[in-house]
Ligand binder design. Structure first.
Ligand code: SF4
Ligand SMILES: [Zn+2]
Length: 329
């Protein structure tokens, strides 16, 4: 481990914060982004999903790999601002066709300083017509508020939690202040209250070599499904938040190759325990071969939709092929 990264947990916040660059200018009356995308639902249908990236106060945790603070505020938004942001995002004809809605707030939906609890009912009214609503939350904030919110929507609720990795040395170093026990407890609570669980897993977090990354992504997928996940989303770790770039300079971080992401996705789907998606945002940075990048991206997109593995023929540029589940050559 680089000597630059503090060994004591108390010093890590300060170190991570000291590496930050500027925040983006965001408006508390508008979501900082919103998109309509398609995703395979639990029933196997491909459904349009509206994702609203809510502008709100920054998450109180300072995870080593996180860059979500860039589009966050330093103060809690006024009551009424979040429902207004949702109205703004859903005011387009495309948004009205969505069957599911993701309310992603760059932190924890059940953090009252991020999303004022006074707004829960107004938010619930706005999402009630969707087949399901998906929010994200740190496991420390999963409690009866989640069940109350679900009841007030009258529709299905899914909570996305970042497991990140089950690696026993790396997980504590991510500064998330989350143990596997805390994660399991939150997952059990959701299950008990019939709330679905989506799990984010980091593919090649810092402090792991490429040769170890696949095994730990796969073990993390297994753990997520053991805890009752219905969806696992694989996030290849990207630089750019300051802290990861500093670690990269010291040799403690490098992004994964696209092959590691492909293998982890293939492994996850082979388990047939739930849907597994590869996060494809900014995928170019994980590819070293311009000859096959577009075909590989397209293959991953197809697998995300179909949840079916298929071969990738050998590339004339880099010679890589993906020919059987779990093996890219
Ligand atoms: S809990 Fe999530 S939003 Fe908060 S710092 Fe960690 S990764 Fe970022
Ligand atoms: Zn290639």
């Amino acid at each position: 481990m680089s000597s630059a990264y503090p060994r004591s947990q108390s010093a890590r916040d300060e170190w991570i914060l000291s590496k930050r660059s500027h925040r983006n200018d965001v408006d508390p009356r508008k979501p900082f982004a919103s998109i309509i995308e398609e995703e395979r639902s639990a029933s196997g249908e491909i459904v349009p999903v509206a994702t609203v990236f809510l502008t709100n106060r920054e998450c109180p945790w300072h995870c080593l790999y996180c860059d979500l603070w860039k589009n966050a505020l330093t103060e809690t938004v006024p009551v009424g601002a979040i429902p207004a942001q949702i109205d703004f995002a859903l005011a387009t004809p495309a948004a009205r066709t969505a069957r599911q809605i993701k309310l992603y707030n760059s932190g924890s939906f059940f953090d009252r300083h991020a999303i004022p609890f006074e707004d829960h009912l107004a938010i619930a009214e706005r999402v009630a017509a969707y087949d399901s609503v998906i929010v994200e939350c740190h496991p420390a904030l999963i409690n009866k508020t989640a069940a109350q919110f679900r009841d007030s929507t009258g529709t299905s609720l899914e909570v996305a939690i970042g497991l990140e990795t089950v690696h026993p040395r790396v997980l504590p170093m991510l500064n998330k202040r989350m143990s596997l026990e805390l994660f399991s407890r939150a997952a059990a609570f959701l299950k008990q209250h019939e709330i679905a669980l989506r799990v984010f897993i980091l593919v090649k977090p810092p402090f792991l070599e490429e040769s170890e990354a696949l095994e730990w992504a796969n073990r993390s997928i297994d753990f997520a499904f053991d805890c009752g996940a219905s969806v696992v989303s694989l996030i290849p770790v990207r630089p750019g938040n300051g802290a990861l770039d500093a670690l990269a300079e010291g040799g403690d971080f490098s992004p994964p190759t696209i092959a590691t992401l492909e293998r982890a996705l293939d492994y996850g789907i082979q388990q047939q325990r739930g849907r597994v998606f590869a996060d494809l945002w900014d995928l170019e940075i994980f590819s070293k071969c311009p000859d096959c990048f577009q075909a590989r991206e397209s293959r991953l997109r197809t697998i995300n939709r179909s949840q079916k593995f298929f071969d990738f023929p050998s590339c004339s540029g880099c010679g890589q092929a993906v020919s059987t589940a779990g093996s890219a050559t």
